[in-house]
Structure formats: C-alpha cells, structure tokens
Ligand binder design. Structure first.
Ligand SMILES: *[C@@H]1O[C@H](CO)[C@@H](O)[C@H](O)[C@H]1NC(C)=O
Ligand SMILES: *[C@@H]1O[C@H](CO)[C@@H](O)[C@H](O)[C@H]1NC(C)=O
Ligand SMILES: *[C@@H]1O[C@H](CO)[C@@H](O)[C@H](O)[C@H]1NC(C)=O
Ligand SMILES: *[C@@H]1O[C@H](CO)[C@@H](O)[C@H](O)[C@H]1NC(C)=O
Ligand SMILES: *[C@@H]1O[C@H](CO)[C@@H](O)[C@H](O)[C@H]1NC(C)=O
Ligand SMILES: *[C@@H]1O[C@H](CO)[C@@H](O)[C@H](O)[C@H]1NC(C)=O
Length: 547
C-alpha cells in the first residue's frame, strides 16, 4: 500500500509538470538551449537500457569499433583475425549480409527490458559505421531494409516498447561516420564545407525524430568537429520548439568538440562516468555489463561481465549522486540478448521490485554516502511535507549494531528495513549532535528481502536545514475504536495544513483537513483484511499542533 501511494504521488507530480510546461521558444545557442528545464520523466526514471546493435555485431570480436580497428587503426589482433578467417578481398560491407536478425523478436526484448526495472531504452539507430537500423532515405543500400535483416529494426522495437511496456523510447545516433567520403572531404576542408552534414547526418536526424518520435536523442561521434560544423544548436532548437517530441524529448551533451560535459540536456562527460559525488547538473552514467565492449563479443569471458552485485552497487552510487544509469547490452547479429545479459537485467529488476521507492523519483540527500560506515549511500524522497531518507547498504552489516554518521533522528523517527516491514520498526539509539546506531535485525540470510543491497528507510529524520517539524513536539491520539466511515474527527488538536499526521506502524503520512474552530478530520487509510498495523487500539502521531 505504501508503495502504491508513492507512485500515485509521483504520477500526479509528473502530470502536473507536463501540464505546466509553457511554450517558450528556444534560440539556436547554448545559453538558450541549456535554459530549457529537463522534462521531469527523465530524472524520475533513473535507469535506462542502452543497446548497441549493428553490422559490428556480425564479426562480434574486439568491440563495436571493429571496422576502425581493422582498417583505420590497423590494430594487430583485428588485422590478424581477418587474415586468418576471411578471404583477402573480403570487405567490411560483406559482413552486412550476415546481419540476419533471424531470432529478433522485439516483444521478447521489451519483456526483458521491462523486467529489469528500466524506465527507458536507447537503441543505436546508427553507429560510426554508418549502417542505419531503419530504412533511411539517406543511407542508400547501407540500411537494415536493403541489406541484412530486410526489416525496420528501429520501428519494430519502438512499436514493441510502446505497445507492451510503459518505458520511454530513445535513439542513439552517431553524427560522424569513420569512412564516409563526404565526411572525409569536409574534414580535409577543415570543416569549412558541410556537405556531409547537409546531405547525410542532419536529414537522418530529422527523419528518425519525425518517424519514430524518440524521447531521447543520444548523440555521439561529435568530437572531431565543432558544433557549428554539425549545426547542432539549430537541430536542437527545432527539437525543443517544433518537433513532434518537443515536450518529452531529452538530449545528451555530445554535440561537437568541447561541448561534452558543458552543454545539452543531461551530461554524460565520458563513457562510464561515475564521479562518486553530487553534480551540479543532471548527468548520466552510460556503462556496460560487458566491461570491455558496447557491442556483442563472441569471445568474452565470464569474468568480463559485471556481477549483479556490481551492477546494483553502480546504480545506487549513481542515483545517490544525482545521476541516471544507462546500462548497455550488445545483442547478437541473430537478434538475441544472450542469457548472461538477460540474467543480470532480470536480477536488477528483482532488486528494484523490493527497493523501488529508494530509487525512482528520488533526490540526492544532503549527504551522498555515510561518513562512518563505508558503502552506505543515501537517497531521499519527498512526499508532500515529509522527507523519507533511504540508507542503502551495499554490504549487509555483520555486527549486531551499525553506526551511521549523518542521519539526525528524533523520538518520533521510525526506521524500517525495506521489504521486511513485517519485522516491525528497527530499534536505534540517537547520537548527539548527529548520527544513529541501528540494531541490525537478526534474521537468517535467506530471509533478507533481497540478495544484493539493503535499504533502511527513515521517516521523520531532522533536516540539516531547519524546518517546522524539527522544532515541534509530537502529540499522540490513541484511538480505541477504528471508525467505520473512513474518517476520524478529533475536536482538540489545532493544526493548519503545514502539520503532519502519522498512523504508527504505517509508513505514510495520513491525510487530514483542519476544522474551522480547531480540531481536525483525519482521512483513514484503507486496509485489506489482516494488514492493519495492529489490533485493539491505534496511535496517531501529530506534528505541528498549535498551543
Ligand atoms: C515474440 O515473443 C512473444 C513473447 O514475448 C510471443 O508471444 C510471440 O509469439 C513471438 N513472436 C514470434 C513471431 O515468434
Ligand atoms: C503494436 O500495436 C499495433 C497496433 O495495435 C499493431 O499493429 C502491432 O502489430 C503491434 N506491434 C507489436 C510489436 O506488438
Ligand atoms: C543548419 O540549420 C539551419 C536551420 O535549420 C538550416 O537552415 C541550414 O540549412 C542548416 N545547415 C546545414 C549544413 O545543415
Ligand atoms: C564516500 O564516497 C567517496 C566517493 O566514492 C569516497 O571517496 C569516500 O571514501 C566515501 N566515504 C565513505 C565513508 O565511504
Ligand atoms: C562491530 O562492533 C564492535 C563492538 O561494538 C566495534 O568495535 C567494531 O568496530 C564494529 N565493527 C564494524 C564493522 O562496525
Ligand atoms: C526491537 O526491539 C524489540 C525488543 O527488544 C524486539 O522485540 C524487536 O524484535 C526489535 N526489532 C527489530 C526489527 O529488530
């Protein structure tokens, strides 16, 4: 029940934010584009799935940079691999006919991604090789309809994500192409000509936005040329002002030399960016389960995959510091998400099922990690006036007690182990001026609520900035009969709408309305049979009662 309410509150919040977006026109310069508020869904979402899929999935050795490594950098291992296994006249383009996607079932992918708890996906529509995973008018004979799968891969995944899930759909797009003749010509002209931009990369971007209405444009391949060459600000101004996704779309920061980590919708800064401390702007940790590659590799080793423990740990650290985690899987050329990736994603989803309220819609707290006990990360969630504080332990404490250096508890604070609220409140000792010693619930490992990281939720901690709550004493009303009409009327306590009412043993605020002549009416939560916090008598705690 508690969790459901969290979602309702969040949903109402999201709707309000969407409705309140007023029409502002953005100018094609970074000052103006950076002033656009990030659509609220993105920060609340916290987790996305990144998918690197293309012709590079056919050789599937080394990485998605295979073509470059072979014919650009001439990396010895890749050159030797080609010599040993392919005829001398074999070209990279010859791989495309073996990009068959014969097992690709977009609904299956959508199920796996949804089960991971991710709220959005980002698919490579085109990587640096230039092959488009949709039938582009601007990529003649080098797209997934004309060669290889003979299917619109982007379109199929977009349809399945939108039909079968509530996730947002995003597209990755590489501005440059390693070997495109027009790009190389513009480069030779020191970016004084824009033939490639004019006839290839910009028309493609407009095409994918108009056709697939992506909620994320994840740009890449920008670093050799300035943003003025790419015409980035003109494109983004159109995206924010006039495109079919102008209200929902978010963009990243890879829009030209020197732009990354400075401008754009959210900041990616570098691959696998995970600064470990709070950032001023919204950021994203784009990372991989295969530690060495974004594209699928047939020759990976088990030890090269992140464990679920590491994956959950990375998510927790990222979210505590205000980031989103974009976790990458590389499908095979025949269209499968291999079982190791699938298992990691489903296990992440199992963890999120228990711990969702500490992640989705959460905000960074005053502190990101604890100052005494290592590997404890904090998030917080504001529900009306009440701030819930989550302390997420990456290691289950082995002592009977554990000392946290930063939460300021008070007599009315309640602490629960998330997922095992049935154990009752966690006992604790308040330290002065701050900090708390928790008595760790003594339960066997197999009865812990999850396998990888454990959340303690604090309700009613004192804020580091003074609020009314911290200077108010609590008044308790003990009710011997549970009213059957859904309302409890109390004549004595004087409270205005800044007050807060709790039902002890129930982890949410209870709604109330102030009466005219003093007194309040409490709207009672509904409980299914057997789920009331106790029998016989119920205690309401009121904060903010006036003398
Ligand atoms: C795709 O997978 C779904 C299950 O997610 C299944 O119901 C459907 O029959 C599959 N489609 C094909 C063509 O195999
Ligand atoms: C999505 O829904 C549309 C319209 O209901 C349907 O035509 C299409 O086959 C569905 N696609 C998938 C992948 O479920
Ligand atoms: C850059 O964008 C502007 C505005 O959309 C457009 O008029 C111009 O043709 C674009 N230039 C190139 C090279 O794409
Ligand atoms: C908090 O996290 C930072 C960044 O990861 C780390 O340097 C610091 O040691 C952590 N503090 C504790 C007490 O774990
Ligand atoms: C465990 O408790 C003992 C005694 O209270 C204390 O000395 C020790 O530092 C604690 N260890 C950890 C890891 O908290
Ligand atoms: C809190 O302490 C009481 C009394 O010692 C005990 O019965 C209860 O199990 C403790 N709660 C938890 C969650 O450990």
């Amino acid at each position: 029940m508690a969790r459901k309410m969290v979602y309702h509150v969040l949903l109402a919040f999201l709707l309000l934010t969407i409705i309140s977006v007023v029409s502002v026109r953005y100018e094609p310069n970074w000052d103006s584009l950076d002033s656009r508020p990030l659509p609220a869904w993105y920060d609340a979402a916290k987790i996305g799935i990144f998918i690197h899929w293309g012709v590079f999935s056919v050789p599937s050795v080394e990485s998605e940079w295979f073509w470059w490594d072979w014919e650009g950098a001439k990396t010895k291992t890749v050159v030797d691999f080609m010599k040993a296994n392919y005829p001398p006249d074999f070209t990279y383009a010859d791989f495309a006919k073996n990009f068959k996607a014969e097992f690709f079932n977009a609904s299956e992918w959508a199920d796996i991604f949804q089960a991971s708890g991710a709220q959005y996906i980002v698919l490579t529509s085109k990587h640096h090789e230039g092959f488009t995973n949709w039938p582009s008018r601007y990529s003649f004979n080098w797209n997934s309809q004309d060669v290889g799968p003979a299917r619109d891969l982007v379109g199929e995944l977009a349809a399945a994500i939108r039909n079968n899930t509530d996730m947002f759909f995003g597209l990755y797009h590489s501005l440059f192409e390693w070997f495109h003749p027009l790009y190389l010509q513009d480069k030779a002209n020191k970016w004084q000509t824009q033939k490639f931009v004019e006839s290839k990369t910009m028309p493609e971007l407009y095409e994918i936005v108009n056709r697939y209405k992506p909620d994320v444009i994840w740009s890449d391949g920008d670093w050799e040329a300035p943003d003025t060459y790419w015409n980035s600000t003109n494109f983004i101004a159109w995206l924010y002002n006039d495109s079919p996704v102008k209200d929902s779309v978010v963009t990243n920061d890879r829009w030209g030399q020197g732009i990354m980590c400075k401008h754009g919708g959210f900041l990616t800064c570098s691959d696998r960016y995970n600064p470990g401390k709070l950032q001023k702007r919204k950021w994203e940790n784009a990372m991989t389960i295969d530690k060495q590659s974004w594209g699928y590799r047939r020759n990976t080793k088990l030890s090269e995959f992140l464990t679920t423990d590491e994956l959950v740990g990375t998510l927790v650290e990222t979210v505590s510091c205000g980031g989103n985690m974009l976790v990458n899987v590389g499908p095979t050329s025949d269209g499968k998400i291999i079982p190791v990736f699938e298992e990691r994603l489903r296990e992440l989803g199992q963890w999120l099922k228990v711990n969702s309220e500490a992640i989705y819609g959460s905000h960074p707290w005053t502190y990101q990690n604890d100052t005494v006990t290592p590997n404890v990360w904090y998030t917080s969630l504001k529900i009306s006036m009440e701030q819930m504080l989550y302390a997420i332990f990456l290691d289950w404490p082995t002592n009977k007690t554990v000392h946290l250096g930063v939460p300021k508890t008070a007599e009315w604070t309640t602490v629960y182990l998330v997922g095992r609220e049935d154990l009752g409140p966690v006992n604790f000792t308040t330290l002065h001026p701050q900090g708390v010693v928790l008595e760790v619930p003594q339960i066997p490992t197999q009865e812990l609520p999850c396998q990888w990281a454990w959340t303690f939720v604090f309700q009613g901690v004192l804020q580091y900035t003074k609020t009314k709550i911290s200077s108010t004493t609590a008044v308790y009303a003990i009710v011997l009969d549970w009213p059957t009409n859904g309302k409890l009327q109390l004549g004595a306590p004087k409270m205005d709408s800044s007050g807060v009412v709790y039902l002890l043993g129930y982890r949410q605020q209870v709604k109330f309305s102030p009466g005219g002549q003093g007194g309040i009416t409490i709207m009672l939560p509904e409980f299914a049979d057997g789920t009331m916090p106790c029998k016989h008598a119920w205690v309401f705690r009121m904060l903010g009662v006036k003398n």
